[in-house]
Design a protein around this ligand. Structure first.
Ligand SMILES: [Zn+2]
Length: 276
């Protein structure tokens, strides 16, 4: 998955150390980012390579011990550097570049959206000891936005419930998914989302794995569960355009290794959904 970048090391330790020319410059525009291209591989550029000023850059995290700083993109790019759109980022390889880029974009959105205090309207300031935005007037402290959500693989023996979203750019097979609401446990969310989206009851929930999905500020939690009772699908057409049972041996092998959904479908296809 996108966060599985070992042996590379992502270090989220908060730091106020200024950038140096050898640090990575995460040049994020409104919906794109500058990367160094080498064939079909992409790498984070350094301040020195783009001849960028380090002065106003904001430390985000470190990759393999090198600081990664948020800064404005240059107007002109030297040869070998390209702008990659937000949509294209998840296809970028190697994976550590995609993960760093997506996480940087998430943090940029959060810093932008927390420029002003939601309580009193005063300009916010970065925390001095931890990653937070703090209001110097009223003291409100805001932490990075993370929305918990579930991905649910509903199984019925050798059949898996697949869905296709209505009204979204992604057209491929998906699993039941939805955000945790106020006052719910994650297990409540699994039952509610399956009932809302396809009208089915489920049992024997088994937690599989989680995934930070920076593209939507989400922390995904993946569950396998079994159909409880009748398997007739009643589709919520505002969310889904299709929902159907697919036999294990009819599932197409996944060519993407980025998402938790893809990994969960692939494990079911291989008959490994009950293994830990
Ligand atoms: Zn305030």
């Amino acid at each position: 998955m996108i966060q599985d970048i070992a042996p590379h090391r992502f270090d989220r330790t908060y730091s106020l150390t200024p950038a140096a020319p050898s640090d990575f410059a995460l040049c994020l525009g409104e919906d794109d980012m500058v990367l160094r291209q080498d064939g079909d591989q992409y790498y984070l550029p350094r301040f020195s390579e783009l001849k960028l000023d380090c002065a106003d850059a904001r430390h985000l995290f470190a990759l393999d011990g090198t600081g990664c700083y948020l800064t404005e993109p240059p107007t002109e790019l030297p040869e070998g550097f390209v702008r990659v759109s937000g949509r294209e980022l998840r296809q970028v390889r190697p994976m550590e570049t995609a993960f760093a880029a997506a996480t940087a974009a998430q943090l940029k959105r959060w810093y932008r959206d927390r420029s002003f205090c939601g309580r009193c309207g005063h300009p916010m300031e970065p925390g001095t000891t931890e990653r937070a935005m703090v209001c110097p007037r009223c003291g409100l402290t805001e932490y990075p936005k993370l929305c918990p959500a579930v991905i649910v693989a509903v199984t019925d023996g050798d059949r898996l419930l697949l869905t296709r979203y209505a009204g979204r750019p992604y057209r491929g097979d998906a699993l039941i998914a939805g955000f945790v609401e106020i006052g719910e446990t994650v297990e409540d969310t699994v039952h509610r989302e399956v009932m809302e989206e396809v009208g089915l009851r489920v049992k024997n929930l088994r937690y599989y794995k989680s995934q930070p999905w920076a593209f939507t500020d989400t922390l995904l939690m993946g569950y396998y569960c079994e159909l409880d009772g009748d398997g007739t699908i009643t589709l919520d057409r505002s969310e889904l355009r299709e929902g159907f049972w697919q036999r294990r041996d009819e599932i197409t092998p996944r060519d993407s290794d980025v998402s938790l959904t893809a990994e969960m479908v692939e494990r079911f296809r291989l008959g490994k959904e009950k293994e830990r």
